[in-house]
Design a protein around this ligand. Structure first.
Ligand SMILES: [Cu+2]
Length: 461
């Protein structure tokens, strides 16, 4: 309980699971708990029902339920929310129960589940339970299996969670708009036997993306591919918490992709196995090792590894534009272009103009005033300077001796003596061409490598 209290200190969880039961026990519709904090809430130990090993939602939380006549009752409220994407930028989104994404729903295989959905949006909505095998009329496709839920109305969905696995929920009503505005959530159905697939730490998050021009607060919902904020649970690094794990913990990370492109997620310092797909768990003998897993549009993946290598390890989408925050994609490449005079002239017309780097875009050398409500392309600071990734990036912090259930940020890794890459200060040897390579001079001296005063210098011949 101590670690859970630590998590919620400063958080905005209005109701605990216990309060939910006592306050709303007699009401027809259970109360809808709200979450205002974007901190990672600790695992929600199940207060009743079958036992399971709870997950941790990165920069999110799990929705409490009440048990009524053997049925798990949840209440989701679709509503406008304000989500801080990262310190310095907020977005007007649509979500559930105070946040986007909505809270994670956790149930156990075989559970009877009843979900009340209240619509506080200005237009019709519905909820599709992505990946669940359920009666057709509970599938949540507006117009096909039910009428849209009109503003102010509450609908109820009821089905049995039949298969253990990793799932999502999202609207199938004006979905282009509603998903671009952040309407989505994670769903985990745990196995009946909590010893099955048991891990020490089980993280979940959704991949999502927004297009919000600097100075604006509302996403452009017509954008199809050229998003400028690639996010994990509607957070961009450095707004994303690290995944803290104890050395030798068995770790699971479950990811769902509700963007309009694929995301190849890459881990540093560890190999993992792809353990679960959209269809459920992969038998042990059929799992395959990877250091990158591609998560296609609309897909879910669960990866597992033993965190046996201490350190602060990057975990990120490998599309290089996806580890940037708000960036313009129409900027011309200026590498190698001398802009000295040009920047001065433009500065006379546009005060504060910064020429794009003629040596590359490394942020260490680029600082400029930002417009209101946007993020620098890369903004995190590490122990060695600016961290040159943003967006869909976070870290896995592997440490010895953490307590079970302790997810507090342990600070930066302290490297053992002699284990950090360092500057080489002794003389470097001359560059030598590979033998037989075209362009090598007859004398065998390097032809393309210009050394001052050496054979290749032009002057004096
Ligand atoms: Cu990506």
């Amino acid at each position: 309980m101590t670690s859970r209290r630590n998590f919620l200190a400063g958080g905005g969880l209005a109701l605990s699971g216990a309060a939910l039961v006592t306050k709303a026990g007699a009401a027809a519709v259970p109360e809808a708990p709200q979450q205002g904090s974007s901190a990672t809430a600790g695992p929600l130990a199940p207060p009743n029902g079958r036992p399971y090993n709870p997950v941790v939602t990165l920069n999110g939380w799990t929705l409490p339920w009440r048990m009524k006549d053997g049925v798990k009752e949840f209440h989701l409220v679709a509503e406008p929310v304000v989500r801080e994407i990262a310190p310095g930028m907020k977005a007007n989104l649509w979500g559930y129960n105070g946040q986007s994404p909505g809270p994670t729903i956790e149930v156990v295989e075989g559970d009877r589940v009843r979900i009340f959905v209240t619509n506080k949006l200005p237009e019709n909505t519905s909820i599709h339970w992505h990946g669940q095998i359920l009666p057709n009329g509970m599938d949540g496709v507006a117009g096909l299996t039910q009428p849209g839920i009109a503003p102010g109305k509450t609908y109820v969905y009821e089905f049995t969670a039949r298969y253990a696995g990793t799932f999502m929920y999202h609207p199938h009503g004006d979905e282009m708009t509603q998903m671009a505005m952040g309407m989505m959530g994670f769903w985990v159905t745990h196995p009946k036997d909590p010893r099955q697939h048991a891990v020490d730490r089980d993280f979940v998050f959704l991949l999502n993306a927004y297009d919000i021009d600097p100075g604006n607060y509302t996403p452009n919902v017509n954008t199809m591919l050229d998003f400028n904020l690639w996010t994990i649970n509607s957070r961009a690094f450095p707004g994303i918490d690290p995944m803290v794990v104890r050395k030798d913990d068995r770790v699971r990370i479950r990811l769902g992709n509700l963007t309009m492109t694929n995301h190849p997620f890459h881990i540093h310092g560890h190999r993992f196995e792809v353990a679960g797909t959209d269809g459920g768990w992969i038998p042990r003998a059929a799992r395959w090792p990877e250091v990158t897993v591609d998560i296609g549009v609309g897909q879910m993946r669960a990866i597992e590894f033993v965190a046996d290598n201490p350190g602060d390890w990057a975990f990120h989408c490998h599309k290089t534009h996806h580890t940037m925050n708000a960036m313009g994609h129409q900027v011309r490449t200026m590498i190698g272009v001398d802009q000295k005079g040009l920047a001065q002239k433009i500065n006379d017309l546009v005060p504060g103009y910064m020429a794009m780097g003629d040596k590359g875009g490394s942020m260490g050398s680029m600082r400029m005033a930002l417009p209101e409500n946007t993020l620098p392309m890369m903004d995190g600071r590490g122990p060695f300077g600016p961290i040159e990734m943003g967006g869909m990036f976070t870290m896995i912090k592997v440490r010895e001796g953490l307590a079970r259930g302790d997810y507090r940020d342990p600070g930066w890794y302290r490297h053992p003596e002699g284990t950090v890459a360092r500057e080489w200060t002794a003389a470097a040897p001359d560059t030598v061409r590979a033998p037989g390579q075209a362009g090598a001079s007859e004398a065998g001296a390097p032809a393309a490598t210009v050394r001052r005063g050496g054979h290749g210098e032009h002057g004096g011949h």
